[in-house]
Design a protein around this ligand. Structure first.
Ligand SMILES: *Cc1c(COP(=O)(O)O)cnc(C)c1O
Length: 525
């Protein structure tokens, strides 16, 4: 147990801590039913006068019975939502070591900027003359993204990384169609270690996916790519630094192999946080790359949104960027909304990707992050992120095995489960035991090419003290696993309000709809 100063508390009795309680609550952690279960259809939290008699003007389409919404008093509604918010584990609660996700601190300054009325309260259908500042901000952010990546153009509207993949691959598809090769180039190469969104994107827009085996050292061999790429191949989708946390050493040769064969290089830029200010994808031969503003540029993410995934494009693809986009016109800014306007400017957009212009709030936050850090600060953030990952790697390498542990990592740090062999503890058990210690688990079982993978990305925003406590916790757990304290893991989490859930069933047959229970019959009847 850690020694901490402060008032001594009664030592916890492990059995007591696991005891079921009458309410189901665990200390001040309250069980929270669905709002439909606590509300009553006949109750209301507001006092509105009965309407004057009126004649409906809905031509007989008016609703005949109640909507069935639950009614709650104001304190009941408040408690419900506050309790729900307290169930949320986020980056503002503690270290969030999810590998591949870049869970970094979201500076409050960004939030302040995003709430400025000129950014926060505008409407996408407002006349362009009234939103010149907002358009200028989009244009400035676009310029920074092109500068940092060394690319020619950027499509700002994609709303997440996966949406950016769709955008980039549709630009590639359009470029191939424009060359008259749309019928032949129907295959996309995707390394085995890729994030699942890569093959999903390619398949969604009609490409066949051909897996590229990775070398035993976790990277892609340009000779393998050369052997697989032919006149039928449209592109490769490659992540760099890759999902094993390694910088692809032969990325330039891979790009050349694709270009020589008349194909394109899509780079998954979700791991850009590790190389901002250090390497420019444009210099590496990349044709299209999405940038997760919600990872690299600190805009908040998790729980399904919001995200923002602008796509930078090379000279070869710039003309195919989708509408709408912002251009400079005279002293101000204009929006190019339609393909014919774009064509007048020499472009041939593949279409319109979103109804409006992208995630304005995220644009403001990302630019605020960039301007407050400056070029030197962004470079420093990348260096510190990689340093932090290597610190965790070095501090755990005597206890936990690493598949590619012979060299420093260049993004997140990857462990496998070879060190748990014979202990009766799996990667999943280990992750669940972290919850008891107050940590959100790391990414587990990804990438798929590594057995029992544990992928940890501490990001630059964790202090040394925070990393030291994290490392000490993992060391304590690792030693307990090796000592054979199997139960601490296989039954974990013991202290969470809910214990092991059937995650497969939850994902395969989610219960998304509440149905009112059958009325309870009066027992005295
Ligand atoms: C996060 C991530 C994505 C997908 O990004 P979303 O914004 O979640 O859609 C794609 N590839 C990699 C490597 C990622 O880490």
């Amino acid at each position: 147990m850690l020694n901490r100063q402060g008032r001594p508390t009664t030592p916890t009795d492990a059995d007591m801590a696991q005891r079921a309680t009458f309410t189901g609550n665990r200390a001040l952690q309250q069980v929270e039913p669905l709002i439909f279960e606590i509300g009553r259809v006949d109750a209301t939290g507001v006092d509105i006068d009965e309407p004057e008699p009126f004649t409906p003007r809905l031509g007989g389409l008016e609703r005949a019975d109640g909507v069935g919404l639950p009614g709650l008093s104001e304190p009941e509604a408040m408690r419900h939502y506050v309790r729900l918010s307290q169930k949320n584990y986020g980056i503002d609660t503690g270290l969030f070591p999810l590998g591949s996700c870049t869970m970094k601190h979201n500076p409050r300054l960004n939030e302040r900027m995003a709430r400025l009325p000129g950014f926060g309260d505008i409407h996408p259908l407002q006349p362009v003359s009234t939103v010149q500042g907002a358009l200028e901000l989009i244009d400035m952010l676009a310029a920074w993204l092109m500068e940092l990546t060394g690319m020619r153009a950027v499509a700002m509207s994609p709303k997440a990384g996966a949406h950016g993949e769709l955008c980039g691959m549709m630009a590639i598809k359009a470029a191939i169609a424009a060359r008259g090769e749309g019928e032949v180039r129907r295959t996309v190469l995707v390394p085995e270690s890729a994030h699942g969104t890569n093959p999903a994107t390619a398949a969604l827009i009609g490409f066949a996916v051909k897996p590229v085996p990775v070398r035993p050292d976790g990277t892609v061999d340009p000779e393998t790519v050369r052997a697989l790429v032919g006149p039928d191949v449209a592109a490769i989708m490659l992540t760099n630094p890759n999902t094993c946390g390694l910088f692809e050493p032969d990325i330039v040769a891979i790009a050349a192999a694709m270009h020589e064969a008349g194909a394109y290089f899509y780079c998954d830029g979700a791991n850009f946080n590790a190389i901002v200010g250090k390497a420019r994808p444009g210099d590496l031969g990349v044709d299209a790359m999405h940038i997760n503003l919600h990872k690299t540029f600190s805009t908040p993410h998790g729980g399904g949104g919001p995200g923002s995934g602008p796509v930078v494009l090379s000279d070869r693809l710039a003309a195919f960027a989708p509408t709408p986009f912002v251009t400079r016109s005279g002293d101000g800014f204009a929006l190019v909304e339609h393909a014919d306007e774009a064509e007048e400017g020499g472009a041939s957009p593949f279409g319109r990707l979103t109804a409006f212009h992208g995630q304005m709030g995220m644009f403001v936050r990302a630019l605020s992050y960039m301007l407050s850090h400056g070029a030197d600060g962004m470079k420093q953030a990348s260096e510190d992120a990689v340093l932090n990952a290597n610190y965790v790697r070095a501090c755990l390498s005597d206890l936990m095995s690493q598949p590619f542990g012979d060299r420093p990592c260049m993004h997140e740090v990857l462990f496998d489960d070879a060190w748990l062999k014979g202990s009766g503890v799996t990667t999943l058990d280990f992750a669940k035991a972290m919850i008891d210690e107050g940590y959100h688990p790391m990414t587990v079982y990804f990438p798929l090419v590594v057995h029992g993978a544990m992928l940890i990305e501490p990001t630059e925003s964790e202090s040394k003290a925070s990393l030291d406590l994290f490392v000490a916790t993992l060391r304590d757990l690792a030693m307990a696993a090796k000592r054979g304290e199997t139960e601490r893991f296989t039954g974990a989490p013991y202290f969470a309000p809910l214990r092991r859930l059937d995650e497969t069933r939850a994902a395969r047959s989610p219960v998304l709809r509440w149905t009112p229970p059958a009325p309870v019959r009066d027992a005295a009847e």
